[in-house]
Design a binder for this molecule. Structure first.
Ligand code: ADP
Length: 646
């Protein structure tokens, strides 16, 4: 805009200067002509009489005009009569043709005017009635400089320029003032918006300026107010939410702690209960083993004792499994794979189930595929647990017909086999809509719980174990037609463990008679161990608790102590510890026996100073192995074939 206005001012001053200088020029030209005419009028005498002095005064008067530079007077023939000033440019001798005064020549710096001098006028007399014809006597020439023109043009241009520039500047100042009045509120508003965008709180724009902009500023302020209110509301919600979340978290934490406490209590309860159950089982299994050694047994009694032993073992497995369930549920169960011979394993499982099946007059069959691997790396106890559970169910829920275990190999890829164990029965079957439900803990199909007993835990445990073995359990069943439970899992193949030929049972030992002190608070257990060991030629002493055991040791000086862990008055660990404090008994062999078969128990036994640890129920062969090692005994064995029961 400024450029436009300034250009306009320049143009207009140029135009008006041009216009003014034209007028000045015209004026000056008129003035020059007038001067020439007036000189011509007063020069006739000088020409008529060829007396230049007659024109002297007139010529001199010409120079009173500022721009006149030179003056010349010539006669009609071009002869110079009089002159003043520098010589005239051009060819002054040339006789001009003009009959009136006028401009003859123009140069950059001057004008040359010429005017004829008429005789008629010169001869005119007031007494002559007729006018004589005019005669040219000569010419005057005046050289006039253009200085005045130039000066005036310059000053006109200057004045014009100054005036129009002043107007232009004033106009621009006005425009700028108006624009500022308009833009300042806009700039303020946009600055306020910028601050709001940067997140400054409570930004307010100044309501000022033209009406539209005022309206905009008020709208903006209103918007900010509304936004602030919303933000406040959100913040309140957020704070509330945080409170809510922390309250919920606290509740959840409390609930979790309660659940963990409950779970701990359950685990403690289960392990205590399994301990309580193991103690009597210890006596049962022990006596079954003691009686089995009796050579006078008839076959039927021997078979019955075997059943007692097997069922006792199974009962023990069940007790252990209860403990396991709590471990599995707490996610604390691990698999301990070891080399497991397939044929012996399957035979062992079949033997247990066959007894159960025969009790219900069911037939039992084992179909083991020929291509099964000889040995796999598996946690034998866990695989047996799953199979016994499925087979146990099959027997339990079948009243007539057959239970069958089919073992096949599905694949054998780079040393890893997928095995499938199918447990088929011809029992009551399961309704289609319950086939998934029965795998949930404590779920039993229909009124089976009432009719067949059970806890509803077996399948839940089995499925979790199968999944730990990268497998699963599925079921196909039809109500009234029987069921097929499929247990699949993956195992690495391995070499069968080199099983040293089973050690024949000893019937005695070589050397002097050894004395063993049996310490247990349960008399039946003491007696069972005593009977077992006396049969092999040991001399047995008994004590019911740790304190009496210490007294007995000092009194009878036994060769070895078999000590129960959990006893009143003084427990086995404490008693062992006290024994070891006396130099005399530092090397007395002590075998600690506990119903709690955990690794922690074993560790606490050994750190108390016991030589070795055994879990209840006592396994005869294992016990004799330990005693043999501790006392460095050389066992005596029966002649081959003379004592099958051993
Ligand atoms: P439990 O046998 O102690 O009840 P399980 O978890 O082993 O617990 O079994 C859950 C339920 O599944 C059983 O109560 C029974 O209703 C059903 N079930 C399991 N195996 C069979 C089977 N072979 N035939 C029919 N029903 C079965």
């Amino acid at each position: 805009m400024a450029a436009g206005v300034l250009t306009l001012a320049l143009c207009s001053s140029l135009v008006s200067s041009w216009q003014s200088s034209r007028q000045i020029r015209a004026t000056l030209l008129g003035q020059g002509e007038g001067l020439a005419a007036s000189l011509a009028a007063s020069s006739d005498f000088a020409l008529i009489y060829a007396a230049p002095e007659n024109a002297g005064e007139a010529i001199a008067s010409m120079f009173s005009f500022p721009d006149v530079i030179a003056v010349e007077l010539r006669d009609a023939q071009g002869r110079l009569i009089a002159s003043r000033g520098p010589p005239l440019p051009g060819t002054p001798e040339k006789i001009p043709t003009a009959s009136r005064p006028g401009l003859e020549l123009e140069t950059a710096h001057s004008w040359q005017f010429v005017a004829p001098v008429w005789a008629a006028r010169a001869a005119a007399s007031p007494f002559e009635a007729t006018e004589h014809s005019a005669q040219v006597l000569g010419y005057v020439r005046i050289l006039q400089s253009k200085d005045t023109l130039a000066r005036m043009q310059h000053s006109v241009f200057l004045v014009n320029m100054i005036v129009s520039l002043s107007f232009a500047l004033a106009f621009l100042a006005l425009v700028r003032m108006l624009a500022t009045r308009l833009t300042r509120p806009l700039a303020e508003l946009s600055a306020a918006m910028l601050r709001a965008e940067r997140g400054e709180p409570d930004v307010q724009a100044r309501v000022t300026g033209p009406r539209d902009i005022e309206a905009m500023a008020s709208a903006f302020n209103h918007m900010i107010t509304v936004l602030n209110e919303r933000e406040g509301e959100l913040a309140r919600h957020r704070d509330h939410l945080e409170d809510l979340v922390s309250a919920r978290t606290a509740e959840l934490r409390e609930a979790k702690e309660r659940a963990e406490d409950a779970n701990r209590a359950k685990t403690v309860f289960l392990s205590r209960m399994s301990h309580e159950l193991r103690t009597p089982l210890n006596a049962i299994l022990g006596y079954a083993q003691v009686m089995r050694m009796d050579k006078q047994l008839v076959a039927r009694q021997a078979a019955a004792l075997d059943i007692i032993r097997n069922s006792g073992d199974h009962l023990l497995t069940l007790i252990v499994d209860i403990l396991d369930l709590s471990k599995i549920e707490a996610g604390r169960a691990d698999l301990y794979p070891a080399a497991m011979g397939m044929p012996a394993f399957l035979r062992g499982v079949a033997d247990i189930i066959r007894i159960k099946a025969e009790e219900k007059k069911l037939s039992f069959a084992l179909d083991a595929a020929d291509d099964l691997p000889q040995a796999i790396m598996a946690d034998e106890k866990r695989v047996r647990q799953v199979l016994l559970n499925l087979l146990g169910n099959a027997v339990k829920f079948t009243d007539a017909g057959e239970v069958r275990l089919v073992a096949t190999m599905l694949s054998d890829e780079s040393g890893v086999v997928r095995l499938r164990f199918e447990v088929r029965d011809t029992g009551i079957g399961i309704a289609a809509d319950l086939t998934e439900q029965i795998f949930q803990p404590f779920e039993q199909a229909g009124d089976n719980g009432r009719r067949y007993g059970g806890t509803g835990l077996g399948l839940a445990i089995s499925r979790q174990l199968a999944r730990m073995m990268s497998g699963d359990i599925a079921v196909q069943s039809e109500l009234g037609q029987g069921s097929v439970f499929c247990f699949e899992a993956r195992f690495p193949k391995c070499q069968p463990a080199v099983s040293s030929a089973p050690m024949p049972s000893p019937i005695g030992y070589q050397g002097r008679r050894r004395q063993i002190l049996v310490v247990d608070d349960v008399e039946a257990n003491r007696r069972m161990l005593g009977d077992l060991l006396e049969a092999l030629g040991f001399e047995i002493a008994e004590a019911p608790d740790g304190e009496q055991a210490l007294q007995a040791v000092s009194r009878i000086k036994p060769d070895l102590v078999l000590m129960d862990m959990v006893m009143p008055v003084m427990d086995g660990t404490e008693a062992t510890h006290r024994l070891r404090e006396q130099n005399q008994w530092r090397n007395l062999p002590v075998i600690l026996i506990s119903a709690n078969a955990t690794a922690a128990d074993e560790q606490s036994c050994l750190s108390a100073g016991a030589n070795c640890f055994m879990s209840k129920p006592v396994n005869r062969d294992r016990l004799l192995e330990l005693i043999g090692n501790c006392l460095k005994l050389r066992w005596r064995f029966a002649e081959v074939g003379s004592d099958k029961a051993a």
